[in-house]
Each structure stands twice: as C-alpha cells, then as structure tokens.
Design a protein around this ligand. Structure first.
Ligand SMILES: NC(=O)c1ccc[n+]([C@@H]2O[C@H](COP(=O)([O-])OP(=O)(O)OC[C@H]3O[C@@H](n4cnc5c(N)ncnc54)[C@H](O)[C@@H]3O)[C@@H](O)[C@H]2O)c1
Length: 325
C-alpha cells in the first residue's frame, strides 16, 4: 500500500501544518492546546477579525520556547495552500438557553463564505469541522467543498463520549480511561447513550456493579445521560462558553490523523447505509487515520438505541432540508 505520508508529499501538503479558521474561545484554545502537543511546526490563524487572530498568534506563540518551535501567525486563505489540516471553529456560539440547532442558519451563511475560500487554495486537505451545529455543518462543508466524504470530519460526539466516560468513571469510582462507552448520533439534544455495550475494561456495567457495590440502576443511567446531554447548557450558563475540553478533542482528532493511528473516535462523517441511514453526517465510532475517516464501525445497538439513532438522524435530515446551501 502506498504510504499515506508519500501521498501527502505528492500533493504538496505539509503534514506538520494546520490552519484554524475562527479565533474565538474554541479556536484560540485549540491553537494553544495544539501548540503544546508538538504535532505542528506551522499554524495559520484566520479570523474575520484579523487583529484578534494577530493577538492570539502572538500570545500563543510566546509560549513556544517552553514547548517546541512553532511558526504561528495570523494569515489569510492563500496561506492554507499547503496545510494538511484545516480546522473550522468560526461562527456564532450558543447563548444561554439556545440550542445548537438554533445556530444553523447563521453558521451556514458563514460556511458559504469560508468553505469555498479554503477550497480555492487547497483541494487536498482534511477539513475538521467544530462549529455548531457540528453535524449539520459537516454535511454543509462536505457539499460545498466537493471533497470525498472521508476528508470532511466533524468533531461529532467525541466530546460527549468523553463526558460520558468521565461521569460514568466518577459514578463507579474508576479511571475514565477504563470506561468503554459511546455517545453517538447528533452532537446535541437527540444524542444517544449506548448503554447496551458499555463496559469497564471488558466487564459489563451490571456485573461491574456487583463487584464494586456502586449501583448503576435505570435512574442513575438516565441521570448520567441527561448530565452529558446538558453539559454545554450548564457550562454556558455559568461561564458563557465551553472551550477547554473541546480543544483537547481537537488535539486528539489531529493526533489520530497525523500519526495515522487508526484510532476509533465518534467523529461525525457521512453515513451512507449504516443502520439503514443515508445521506446524513452524524457521530458514529469511526477509524481515523491520515486520510481521514477510513471506516465507520457498526457498533451493536439494542432496539431502543437503534430507534433513538434513527430519530436523531431524521431530526438532522429535517434541519438539513430546511436550509439553503
Ligand atoms: N463541536 C463541539 O463540540 C463544540 C464545542 C464548543 C463550541 N463549539 C462551537 O464552536 C463555535 C465557536 O465557538 P466560540 O466559543 O469560539 O465562539 P466565539 O464567538 O468566541 O468565536 C467565534 C469566532 O469566529 C469568528 N468568525 C465569525 N465569522 C467568521 C468568518 N466569516 N470568517 C472567519 N472567522 C469568523 C469570530 O470573529 C470569532 O472570533 C460555535 O459554533 C460553538 O457552538 C463546538
């Protein structure tokens, strides 16, 4: 098999270069986290407010001597011509009480400006969509870019899956890294907790509870799901925005891409046939490597979870049908 690294070189892309469009709370925190990761040697920050991008590039860049050398600067779309990864975090954020879907119309308008500009200068990069509603905007970016589906990836339910593992780990008194449990579907109000296959290092939840005396009954399962689903509302009500954990998610996805890890992450990408769903982007466990999403994994679901996933997809499709892009 041709090495993916050679493939990228052939296309004149610099695997150690990324662009971030949108330097608000999420974009700037992601840039800061990525700088600390050592994954990139060149980072371009683009924002409609160029001064903000300049200020963030200066402030974040001044930390480089304490990590690894990185050329980080405020730029413009032509600077993306050889970037392997372009991360889009531009657009309106939720106000207290607002749902992610409420942002769709505003942010589709912004994507209609941004995506063609990226494609004008770079037709070979991976697009990582973070702006909300992320599943809708991943579908929009896929259509506007004309890229093959595996190269347009949304952060999907990677963050929600992290929140689920964290809360289950807290409840059961185990390291969240030993919790294997997924949130799939929309990154939003119709997301689905896959309890049927959730396990602690291979031991299913019921069995695990018998050994540790930490009961996980229907009531606590429901509460943990609601807490995961409502995390962003709770955080936004207290501090106005969420940005630290999503920045770690951006870094985790970038790492899987650059290092060709074949990591399984619940990113959002085009679903075409899995679970009888077609033509919609949503979060499912997917193999992520240097060319993007290589494969979606058909994780087992019980009847209720399958119904919830189908409803989530239908909801996203309805929103997509109502939008002009
Ligand atoms: N996927 C997730 O899990 C997740 C998590 C948190 C936030 N988000 C989303 O990320 C997005 C950004 O959130 P934030 O808190 O950083 O918002 P923010 O308001 O702090 O930043 C948005 C930035 O986008 C810029 N921008 C707006 N229009 C632009 C354009 N046409 N071109 C370039 N830049 C433009 C703004 O100038 C601003 O700097 C929101 O949609 C938010 O809902 C997603």
């Amino acid at each position: 098999m041709e090495s993916l690294h050679e493939n990228k070189k052939h296309k004149n892309l610099n695997i150690q270069k990324c662009g971030i469009i949108g330097c608000g709370a999420v974009g700037a925190t992601s840039a800061h986290t990525l700088l600390g990761s050592g994954l990139f040697s060149e980072m371009v920050l683009i924002d409609i407010n160029h001064k903000k991008a300049e200020g963030e590039a200066m402030d974040i860049g001044h930390g480089a001597p304490f990590v690894k050398p990185v050329n980080i600067y405020a730029g413009d779309y032509p600077d993306l011509s050889d970037a392997y990864l372009v991360i889009v975090t531009a657009g309106a954020n939720q106000m207290p009480g607002e749902t992610r879907i409420d942002l769709a119309e505003k942010n589709v308008k912004i994507f209609k400006q941004i995506i063609p500009e990226i494609v004008k200068y770079n037709k070979d990069c991976i697009l990582l969509i973070v702006s909300n509603p992320v599943d809708i905007l991943t579908s929009v970016a896929l259509k506007l870019s004309g890229f093959e589906p595996g190269r347009v990836i949304g952060s999907g339910t990677v963050l929600d899956t992290g929140r689920f593992k964290y809360l289950l780990g807290e409840h059961l008194g185990v390291d969240s890294r030993n919790v294997h449990a997924l949130i799939i579907g929309e990154h939003g109000d119709s997301e689905v907790a896959v309890y049927s296959s959730a396990n602690i290092s291979g031991v299913d939840l019921d069995e695990f509870c018998q050994t540790c005396n930490k009961c996980i009954d229907h009531h606590s399962m429901r509460r943990i799901y609601e807490d995961v689903k409502n995390s962003a509302y709770e955080i936004i009500e207290r501090k106005g925005a969420t940005f630290y954990a999503i920045a770690r998610v951006v870094k985790r996805i970038a790492q899987a891409l650059i290092r060709d890890e074949n990591a399984i992450l619940t990113v959002s990408s085009l679903v075409d046939g899995h679970y009888g769903l077609y033509d919609v982007c949503l979060g499912l466990p997917s193999v992520v490597g240097q060319n993007g999403v290589k494969q979606i994994i058909d994780t087992p679901l019980d009847d209720d979870e399958l119904k919830q996933l189908t409803d989530s997809a239908m909801k996203l499709k309805e929103v997509l049908d109502s939008l002009d892009f």
